[in-house]
Design a protein around this ligand. Structure first.
Ligand SMILES: Cc1ncc(C[n+]2csc(CCOP(=O)(O)OP(=O)(O)O)c2C)c(N)n1
Ligand SMILES: [Mg+2]
Length: 615
């Protein structure tokens, strides 16, 4: 067969192929790749670097400051786009490549699409060992990039230029598949990047992708609908899948029509506006008292688009009803069938609309709905108290959240690790879908600032606010440089409690001594006293220390329309959290110890384990 061909290097073929993949957003056809993050080295500068330069107008290249954090920005970009658009990241071999492994795992856990293109060692092996090559004594095929295998949904090593064709097609299939989606790693041998091949022109034809909406299986659907009709105390747990399916309106309609309370996971928060009557707020370990009281009694849990991780299920001790049935409405059968759930494999929106039609006219006993409304009322009282303005010298995280909320009420809030995620899950009042952006699947310290950049690139008209602890800030902050370079508008609030506050509290709760978390409890000659504002300012941010909650609120209001990166730093109390709400979390306490506090914590732990549902 004769095909028209074009002679390109493998790297040029990758760049050209990526640039012609499209999708439709709000009726407009746009590139599905928002750009490529790149840090070059000998493993990609000559091959991929040359290719990206050749196509830079159609496919922009952005320079990151660290391969992990540039990948965080890419992942946040995809999450903020509800997985409809994504980015690629290219690195050199060795340390540059392995810096992306943590980010790959983050995307893997959270089911977020990202295309990773690390360089790899020479396929021809002639110059071996090259700079940064890991040498295995017993296996000539091993390279450092094998570390990507367990944290990639699809991994391939490209050792011949023509292999890139099936590999890129498979990559797109994975990146756009709502059930399978996650990180794809194409490990590009550095010599092969530069090798030419006569590629068929048809390989570079424009392709427009649209998200697949899976219809439910008739039997699974009938079983799920029947279980719901028999329910006396049903609840809906809304996970990230509700947002990715853009099913918020269908969820609201379903909950309202049948009087079923809704509770949200970290990934699912903002699925319903906070002030929707039936939105009980967060559920589980960091749940509201309203959600958790209802979850305890629930006889049917309709789990929509959630992985049911331990924070959601209170380590499987939250649900106390003996006859509990879980319906797993999920695009991914792996999730749909967890804990012996009745699976309903389907897109969230399609599934909710189908269930709504099947339950037409059916409503849950009004006493259950009224109880939900009362529980919510009680919770809101507690939340208002936690968020209220105060002139304490060292505010709590919750009080800072209150000030941020009052200062920037329409913000998209970005966070990932530390004490903040729990407090935000309980207390942040999100109104629009996607306005709450938490990475709490992998809870990666160092995600926050880079993610703020990714969100700001994805949604330039949005007021993006990052809240980050001093520990996370110290771990990874240098994408502030990229944000300044790219002229994005981004606000970062740093909560400085002089250490790892949440782990210190967890240490105390498990009977441990205060040790190695707060700076004051570490081995040191000099107590660190980091000037975060000066540090951020040195990278080009407009940065300021604020002395009180009131000053923070005013600063946030005044800087609302300011261009560029704004950073506000406030000192906080490491010990205070919101008592109301919440649930036990399974963190194993030592069985033997010379510390009486540990022995006491162990006794309490053994008792708590009795509430856990096995299987
Ligand atoms: C990369 C990474 N390392 C370690 C942890 C475990 N960890 C979770 S929160 C935390 C401390 C975070 O400190 P900070 O950002 O100051 O927040 P705080 O706990 O003080 O609120 C640690 C060490 C993690 N989640 N991610
Ligand atoms: Mg801290």
């Amino acid at each position: 067969m004769s095909q028209n061909t074009i002679r390109l290097t493998m790297a040029q073929a990758v760049a050209r192929f990526l640039s012609v993949q499209k999708t439709v957003i709000d009726g407009e056809t746009v590139p599905i790749f928002g750009g490529v993050w790149a840090i070059f080295g000998h493993g990609n500068v000559a091959g991929v670097g040359e290719a990206l330069h050749g196509i830079k107008d159609a496919l922009p290249t952005y320079r990151g400051q660290n391969e992990q954090s540039m990948a965080h920005a890419a992942i946040a970009y995809a999450k903020a786009n509800f997985r409809r658009r994504f980015m690629a990241c290219t690195s050199s071999i060795g340390p540059g490549a392995l810096n992306m492994v943590t980010a790959a795992a983050l995307a893997h856990v959270n089911r977020i699409p990202v295309l990773l293109l690390p360089g790899d060692v020479f396929a021809n092996r002639l110059p071996d060992p090259v700079l940064q090559q890991v040498e295995d004594f017993g296996d000539g095929t091993v390279s450092a990039n094998d570390c990507f295998r367990p944290v990639s949904r699809y991994f391939d090593r490209i050792t011949r230029p023509e292999q890139i064709m099936p590999a890129l097609r498979r990559a797109m299939q994975v990146l756009t598949d709502p059930a399978e989606c996650g990180p794809v790693t194409l490990s590009l041998c550095q010599d092969v990047q530069a090798e030419a091949y006569d590629y068929p022109e048809s390989f570079f034809a424009e392709k427009v992708w649209s998200p697949r909406r899976i219809m439910p299986d008739a039997d699974e659907f009938a079983t799920a609908a029947a279980a719901l009709k028999l329910a006396k105390k049903p609840v809906i747990i809304a996970g990230g899948g509700v947002l990715y399916s853009q099913a918020s309106e269908s969820l609201a309609a379903f909950a309202e029509a049948h009087g079923i309370p809704v509770m949200e996971t970290q990934a699912g928060k903002s699925a319903l506006p906070h002030d929707h009557d039936l939105n009980m707020g967060s559920v589980g370990v960091t749940g509201t008292s309203a959600s958790n009281a209802l979850a305890e009694e629930a006889d049917v849990v309709l789990a929509v688009g959630t992985r049911l991780q331990d924070f959601t299920t209170g380590s499987w001790a939250l649900f106390k009803n003996e006859d509990l049935k879980i319906i797993g409405l999920n695009v991914q059968v792996f999730d749909a069938m967890k804990h012996n759930a009745l699976p309903m494999v389907a897109d969230a929106r399609v599934g909710l609309e189908a269930l709504d039609a099947a339950l037409l006219g059916w409503q849950v006993d009004s006493a259950w709905t009224s109880k939900a409304l009362r529980e919510k009322e009680d919770w809101l009282g507690a939340a208002d108290a936690a968020l209220a303005a105060s002139n304490v010298e060292l505010p709590s995280d919750a009080q800072v959240i209150g000030a941020v909320q009052r200062g920037r009420d329409k913000a998209t809030l970005v966070c990932a690790a530390g004490g903040l995620p729990g407090e935000l899950h309980k207390l942040w009042r999100a109104d629009a879908p996607g306005s709450y952006h938490l990475e709490y699947g992998f809870s990666t310290m160092g995600y926050e600032i880079a993610a703020g950049l990714g969100v700001a690139l994805a949604k330039p008209d949005t007021d993006t606010v990052v809240m980050v602890g001093d520990g996370s800030y110290l771990m990874m902050n240098s994408e502030i440089v990229s944000a300044v370079m790219l002229g994005v508008k981004l606000t970062i609030v740093v909560l400085d409690n002089s250490g790892y506050g949440c782990i210190n509290r967890l240490q105390m709760a498990t009977g441990g001594a205060n040790f190695n978390n707060l700076f004051r409890d570490t081995r040191h000659q000099t107590m660190p006293n980091v000037d975060f504002a000066a540090h951020a300012a040195s990278m080009g941010a407009n940065a300021k220390n604020v002395a009180s909650l009131a000053e923070l609120e005013t600063a946030l209001k005044e800087s609302k329309d300011r261009a560029g990166v704004s950073v506000f730093v406030i000192d906080t109390d490491p010990l205070i959290t919101t008592d109301e709400g919440g649930h036990w979390w399974d963190v194993a306490v030592p069985e033997v110890s010379t510390r009486p506090q540990v022995n006491a914590a162990r006794d309490a732990y053994v008792k708590a384990l009795k509430a856990q549902r096995a299987g």
